[in-house]
Design a protein around this ligand. Structure first.
Ligand code: KIV
Length: 278
């Protein structure tokens, strides 16, 4: 294992030293290996795989088995990064017992080093119990995709004052409740930059932003958004560092044309029978 392996307590040290935390989602061996070698600190096997990989409309149908399957590929590839597994919808909400059993599976069967779950004050007792049995928990508040039906779509949260779910004061309460319950970091998704900055100042544990402005302790993006591996423009908060969709489209079209025209394969791509001396 790499000497500079990132471990759960390192994230707190990074916040203390003002070192930005980098996190990307990964779902398979090749991309996990590429990101790990590029120095990404945290690889998240997110339930975003439901949309980014499985082509679904939301993350709700993703199962614990799906996350374990993708975690196994990612943990085989990783040498340095901390690997976090997402707890899918209804794998932790029904009871603390099922939350512990399912989180345990992500660590035992998938090889994750921590789990992530969505929600604030209402989920804090579960976070506390997981932390007590030494399952490190990353929280996730703001635009929580598993709450799509409450939010009425994927909508920016925390724009209004108040303590109702998704309102500004409630999100501050949520972040403090999670850190008090033992979460080691909190994802802040889809909220005004000023609110994310305030939560980052108030919160003793690192915040990792996505669509939450530049003042979080770290940043996370879905790999497909970061690499341009999608045929739609992607969310406004994401930056495309490559155009892999277009690249793959051109490569596939070139291959189809060359096979049809007899340009590929050539003798260079072919085997020959062994020649024996008479
Ligand atoms: O599922 C996911 O990929 C996530 C990130 C967007 C934080 O939760």
């Amino acid at each position: 294992m790499n000497a500079t392996k990132v471990r759960v307590p390192d994230l707190a040290r990074m916040k203390a030293h003002g070192a930005r935390i980098t996190m990307l989602t990964a779902y398979d061996f090749p991309f996990a290996r590429i990101f790990d070698q590029a120095g990404v600190d945290v690889l998240l096997v997110g339930d975003s795989l439901g949309m980014a990989v499985q082509g679904r409309e939301s993350t709700l149908p993703v199962t614990v088995e799906d996350i374990v399957y993708h975690l196994q590929m990612v943990t085989r590839a990783r040498t340095r990064a901390l690997v976090v597994g997402d707890m899918p919808f209804m794998s932790y909400q029904a009871s603390v017992k099922t939350a512990i059993q399912n989180a345990g599976r992500l660590l035992k069967d998938g090889g994750a080093e921590a789990v992530k779950l969505e929600g604030g004050t209402s989920i804090a007792p579960t976070v506390r119990r997981l932390a007590e049995v030494d399952i490190p928990v990353m929280g996730h508040i703001g635009l929580t995709p598993q709450s799509i039906h409450r939010m009425g779509g994927f909508r920016v949260q925390g724009r209004r004052a108040g303590t109702a779910a998704g309102c500004r004061d409630r999100l501050i309460e949520d972040a403090l409740a999670l850190s008090e319950a033992g979460a080691f970091a909190i994802v802040l998704e889809g909220m005004p930059a000023e609110l994310a900055a305030e939560i980052t100042r108030l919160c003793p544990v690192p915040t990792i932003g996505i669509g939450a402005g530049p003042e979080c302790d770290g940043q996370v993006l879905v790999m497909h958004d970061m690499l341009g591996l999608s045929d739609s423009p992607g969310p406004r908060f994401a930056k495309r560092y490559a155009a892999l969709w277009e690249l793959a489209e051109t490569a596939a079209a070139d291959y189809v044309r060359e096979v049809r025209e007899g340009v590929f394969p050539t003798p260079q791509h072919s085997y020959r029978a062994k020649e024996f001396a008479p």
